[in-house]
Design a protein around this ligand. Structure first.
Ligand code: ATP
Ligand code: LTN
Length: 334
């Protein structure tokens, strides 16, 4: 289906591998909500990607429903954006296979996420983990996306997507739109509260290192109060002070204030006051999402209706791209 609107197209997906953290939210999801006000958007959950790491059927199922509810609860409007579940649109897997055949083994082997995840899950280095980026390329190229909001860690996958698109276009004429990454100014890399040289990650075994978007207020306050800082007790931004820099990044991403403004605000105040303000801001930031989530997760009928409609709208675009792509490659069509 030709995009007749003049607006640029945005696409991004998130894996339903657990409740999103404050890192996922500030680094990726919050930008989705902002972009949804300005662009034609496709947003969804990458459930096909999430089985690259072994998951029980119960977890995959409940997490997929939970993630879908979070996407709507955080402010995406299913009437305005196309919100869908990747496995409900079979064309993604179809294009993924085609793109596998236009991607070199060496290119996929260079991906740092593949290397990291292979090391982390040494007992299950499956082919899906290896071809993960080509399925991600299919997710993006299938909707002719102009911009792809992602956290900094996904940049390499986006570069590979651009390489694959350019290669295909070089062979068959300009077919795929070559997408641009969109990495937000602040919050692009929220770090662990306990080891601020590591990114905040929901799969971290130390519960105190991350904040989940659905976490109760008292727990958020406790975790921020016990966040690792340093002994200087002065709030200013420096790479030498990763703990304080991380809290400043979180505060900046929630309030929109610059580092200079934050430094002024806390001049002469210690870390106690600073942490209390960061905690209060995070609690306030997540409050509307949490209230809406509590309501939506009980309304399974509404979630299913949104998922069905989202898949229908997404498939209309995706099926067409695959059909045209297959025609170019030379598959028998009549
Ligand atoms: P896992 O712990 O399961 O590996 P994760 O929490 O690291 O997951 P993903 O589900 O891989 O996150 O990522 C979802 C989105 O959130 C991606 O766009 C990613 O770039 C972004 N993201 C993940 N972690 C952070 C972080 N700490 N800071 C900013 N953005 C992040
Ligand atoms: N790999 C991403 C999730 C993802 C994605 C996408 C992001 C799958 N397909 C397409 C943007 C566009 C992740 O785990 N962070």
């Amino acid at each position: 289906m030709e995009n007749t609107s003049k607006k640029k197209t945005v696409l991004s997906l998130i894996q339903p591998t657990g409740t999103p953290t404050l890192g996922n939210y500030l680094g990726a999801l919050k930008n989705w909500v902002m972009m949804s006000k300005e662009y034609d958007c496709f947003f969804g959950e990458a459930d096909l990607h999430s089985i690259t790491v072994r998951t029980s059927p119960e977890d995959l199922n409940s997490r997929s429903i939970e993630m879908f509810a979070i996407l709507i609860a955080m402010g995406l409007d299913p009437e305005k954006s196309i919100i869908f579940c990747q496995s409900h649109v079979p064309a993604h897997a179809q294009l993924g296979w085609i793109l596998d055949c236009y991607t070199q083994f060496g290119e996929a082997a260079r991906m740092t996420q593949f290397k990291d995840k292979s090391a982390k899950h040494a007992d299950n280095i499956n082919l899906g983990l290896f071809t993960y980026p080509t399925l991600m390329a299919a997710d993006i190229l299938i909707y002719n996306a102009d911009y792809v909001p992602i956290g900094a860690d996904q940049k390499q996958h986006l570069e590979l997507t651009r390489d694959i698109a350019n290669r295909f276009n070089g062979l068959y004429g300009n077919f795929f739109k070559v997408p641009e990454p969109f990495i937000g100014k602040s919050g692009a890399r929220v770090m662990s509260l306990q080891e601020p040289d590591k990114k905040m990650s929901k799969s971290d075994t130390n519960q105190k290192s991350f904040i989940l978007v659905t976490e109760p207020a008292d727990s958020i306050v406790k975790k921020i109060k016990s966040a690792v800082t340093d002994s200087e007790a002065r709030v200013y931004y420096s790479e030498e002070k990763p703990g304080v820099a991380n809290l400043m990044e979180i505060y900046s991403a929630c309030t929109g204030r610059s580092y200079e403004q934050i430094e002024q605000e806390f001049e002469g105040k210690g870390y106690g006051a600073f942490k209390a303000s960061v905690a209060e801001t995070v609690v306030e930031e997540l409050k509307p999402l949490q209230a809406e989530y509590a309501r939506l997760i009980k309304d399974r009928g509404y979630l299913e209706k949104c998922a069905t409609e989202g898949a229908k709208k997404a498939s209309a675009v995706a099926d067409n791209t695959v059909k045209e792509c297959m025609k170019l490659v030379g598959f028998w069509q009549y």
